[in-house]
Design a protein around this ligand. Structure first.
Ligand SMILES: C[S@@+](CC[C@H](N)C(=O)[O-])C[C@H]1O[C@@H](n2cnc3c(N)ncnc32)[C@H](O)[C@@H]1O
Length: 308
């Protein structure tokens, strides 16, 4: 299989992530191994790299790609199972934990993956094919108001109510089965100049909902802070404002020493400051990178270091 995913901000991510070459590192979003291969290139013989991807195709691809590599351990788990993985690998603390969220260019462009709207494919959108609910199940069974809410809150789609109403009308006659069924609805309701934007927003919103991407991210970040060793780094690349908000909030919360109500005369919460932020503002890709990799245009990179 040809690799068609270019890692975003690769050098910047790995520079922030790795403070020692003999550490234990974790990549929660292995994908096609772009960031992982750079991490491996900076590890010495004592270093260990553990990486996981919930997508079976990405996992199988990397198993092949890194089959000769002794320092790597690969999993086909959701990254919110980082705690279980650390136990399986007897890791007491990670030197660096990394995630590059969302889906890869391969998943987006490959019809079999069921993520694309560019060519007709089954309306699926699950990264983990063991999940029960597919995008077509959702469109064929959810209430109109719930569909509208998902499209608006997770995709910032302004036409969400109109699209949801039309979906509910159409499914009475013909259930949604393929991406073209949904593409037709959006094309009909959207001015030509906005069709592509609207399609990406709607497909992204459904994908985020079906895979519980925001819930999994929050859980992963909270476990990650617990699992870093002192001096260990947490580095996260996001492509969506809600994801970035979660990363920013979790990191910020870990830099605060007290969360007692303002009117408490003395601190009762006993909260500990566990992180120091390394990126006061998120690191963004430059024009050169965006020119050769369109996916990079919405990327934001945040990093923090564990101090206790
Ligand atoms: C942007 S791609 C990562 C690309 C990778 N950094 C590279 O350079 O090849 C995101 C990958 O993370 C996986 N993924 C997304 N959410 C995940 C989760 N909660 N747990 C595990 N893998 C996840 C997707 O299946 C996809 O392969």
């Amino acid at each position: 299989m040809e690799i068609i995913h270019k890692p975003v901000l690769a050098k910047e991510c790995v520079d922030l992530l790795m403070s020692r070459p003999d550490g234990v590192y974790f990549d929660g979003t292995l994908g096609f191994g772009g960031h992982t291969s750079l991490i491996l290139s900076r590890l010495d013989a004592n270093g260990v790299h553990i990486a996981t991807d919930v997508d079976e195709k990405a996992f199988n691809y990397c198993r092949e790609r890194f089959s000769e590599e002794k320092r790597i351990r690969l999993y086909n788990f959701n990254f919110d199972h980082i705690g279980i993985i650390s136990k399986l690998e007897s890791v007491s603390g990670f030197s660096g934990i990394f995630a590059d969220l969302g889906v890869s260019s391969f998943q987006l462009d490959n019809t079999e993956s069921g993520f694309t709207y560019r060519e007709n494919s089954p309306l699926d959108l699950r990264m983990d094919k063991n999940l029960k609910l597919t995008a077509s199940d959702l469109l064929n069974s959810f209430d109109e108001s719930e569909i509208a809410r998902i499209l608006f809150e997770l995709g910032e789609e302004k036409n969400s109510r109109k699209i949801a109403a039309e979906i509910v009308q159409i499914r009475r006659v013909k259930p949604f089965r393929e991406s073209a069924d949904l593409v037709d609805v959006i094309k009909r309701l959207t001015p030509p100049n906005y069709v592509i934007k609207s399609l990406s927003r709607v497909f992204m919103a459904l994908r985020i909902y079906l895979n519980d991407e925001l819930g999994k991210l929050e859980k992963f970040l909270q476990h990650s802070v617990d699992l870093l060793e002192k001096g260990g780094r947490l580095v996260v690349l996001t492509y969506h404002s809600l994801e970035d908000r979660i990363v920013k909030d979790v990191m910020k919360y870990e830099t605060v020493s007290c969360v007692c109500p303002r009117d408490f005369p003395i601190c009762k919460c006993g909260k500990q400051v566990r992180l120091k932020i390394l990126t006061k503002k998120p690191v963004l890709p430059g024009e050169d990178e965006i020119r050769i990799n369109r996916r990079a245009r919405s990327a934001k990179l945040r990093a923090a270091e564990k101090i206790v």
